[in-house]
Write a protein that binds this ligand. Sequence first.
Ligand SMILES: [Zn+2]
Length: 685
Amino acid sequence: MQSSAIEPDIREALKQAQARIEAFKKLSGPQLSYAHVLLGFESATKDLSRAWGLVGHLDSVLNSPDLRKTYNALLPEVTAFYTSLTLDPDIWQVFKNYANTAEAKSLQGIKRRFLEETIADFEENGASLPPEEKKRLAEINAALAEKTQKYSENVLDSTNDWEIFIDDENQLKGLPPSALALAKQSATTKSRPDSWRITLQQPSVFPVLQYGEDAALRQKCWEALSQVGYKGKWDNTLLVSEILSLRDEKARLLGRKHFADFTTARRMAQTGDQALKFIEDMAVRIRPKFEQEVEELEQYRSKIEKDAVRILHPWEFGFYSEKMRREYHGFDDEALRPWFPVEGVIAGMFKLFGNLFGIQVVARDTIYVDATGKAEVFKAAAPRVENSPVSVWHPEVRFYEVYDGSRHLGSFYTDWFPRESKRGGAWMNFFRTGGPRPDGSFAPHLGLMCGNFTPPVNGQQALLTHDEVTTVFHEFGHLLHHLLSEVEVESLSGVRVAWDFVELPSQLLENWCWEEESLALFARHHQNGEKLPSDLLKKLDAASNFRAASQCMRQLCFSKLDLDLHIRANELKNADLDKHWNDAMASWQTRTSQRVPSMARRFSHLFSDATGYAAGYYSYKWAEALEADAFTRFLKEGVLNSKVGRELREKVLSKGNSEPADQIFRDFMGRNLDSEAVLVRDGLA
Ligand SMILES: [Zn+2]
């Protein structure tokens, strides 16, 4: 792929999109129709979006200095083009004129929803404000972009500002070999090969807090961590106040009570108060168990140290709970690898969900052409479809097609192993959104899944951890949400759903990684094909629920902080952040020997983007509650029950955003959400 080809292509696509938008602004009279206005606006930017999506994809999987330069050169122009659309008064006027026509007023079903969602998108971005207020909104958005960028830089810079060199290995007693090796390597790059270097980057400092026997070192590290976004010139206190104030003003300008009402209005929660109620209810239900776990940990420490029970210091939580976990659930994730050979897991997963949802996944040959023009064809494994090989960006990339009988629903690429040119983590993405077409045909979708799993060693196939297997299932859930979509309007298709609903399919599929019946289909020993022994599965289950109330309360505590700050911004923006964190929020945290600086100064989820997870952190728990509840149908009616599977496909996976999320959920469950299910699953009911 030549990076030099990208820039002229994207500029051409931008020019085309701009020309189409100019033509759109002139629509009037009989041209004010569903086809010209709604479909016309959507298709005006389609080519640009597809092309730009491909550039973003290459940036993720095939990064190079050239490509990065091209990407960064184009990014501001492309972003400016998209953000200009919703504030353009001429575009908005066309939509308003169309909304007043008899045709628009009589739209039904998906076409009506398309109109309503488009209008809502524009209004959410201030399209209907008078010019003066539009101007103020643009100023607020610009200020938010700048302040959140600064907040994020402060977190990053204060994290990077701290380091410690250890010369005596005894001080690092308890650390696993991988953490020691990392610390040694880190010191070596700083020309101190005889020392070990600890930084505040997670992979460096977390093993110290978790395993380090030396309490003084842990204390030093914890104190440094608590100063992130706080000390000296990197103090985020004022920025938190300014960001909260700007968001509050923005929400009021757009007719909402506060920022939490603004972000949730088009999500399942609908209001900030409902999101807060969900979080508070759950906290009430788990608090007794949580308090019991706090006491257990305090007693455990006293047992280990052979002294009186006392409240823990903040640098003791991670250490003693890890010690306790190892003592009671001496469970090693590595031990399960032999049952999860990557090829077997993936083939088994396709079969499992193929049967459940009534689809067939088949592989197709691939062809890779290297920089010198040399081509190599890779024959696909069975079940394989006979067809010309598909061109791929790396020899390890595989290609599959998904059918329902003879109907081709879509295709996807997989790219599972790490390399230098690829970003970290796992993700699903899509290149094309298909669906039913006006002529009655079906356009296939095109998507992909990427990961960074343990790579194959010595020509043997890769053996995954259970955690990695769960990630594969998670991304496959997102992918099926895209590939099984039967929505005729592209903007309402697949994963373009409410923020607090989008993780339902992905997290739901993870459940099949824990059930004996389904594990039998894909967890087979790589040498002898034997099933995962049930005592190992029991250990895995028990380990996953270890201190579940404390884990859950931590998520709830972050959600509560987020919602408090955004619902009560007026009152809290100038209040003492540490007083709020240590006093008002005391019952949400493990009691500790001292007051600690508020999390708000280093909570990047909330303050590193204009919106990001602000007033949205609750959606992690919300999505868990949804999927755990949805899975109870499979627990009751059969984990492998294809009747329920088909229903899930028809009522949820195929629906995209064609109906409100709460209605989609109710259609599948036959009732509203019952958040008890997630507590039952985690052993907290
Ligand atoms: Zn996800």
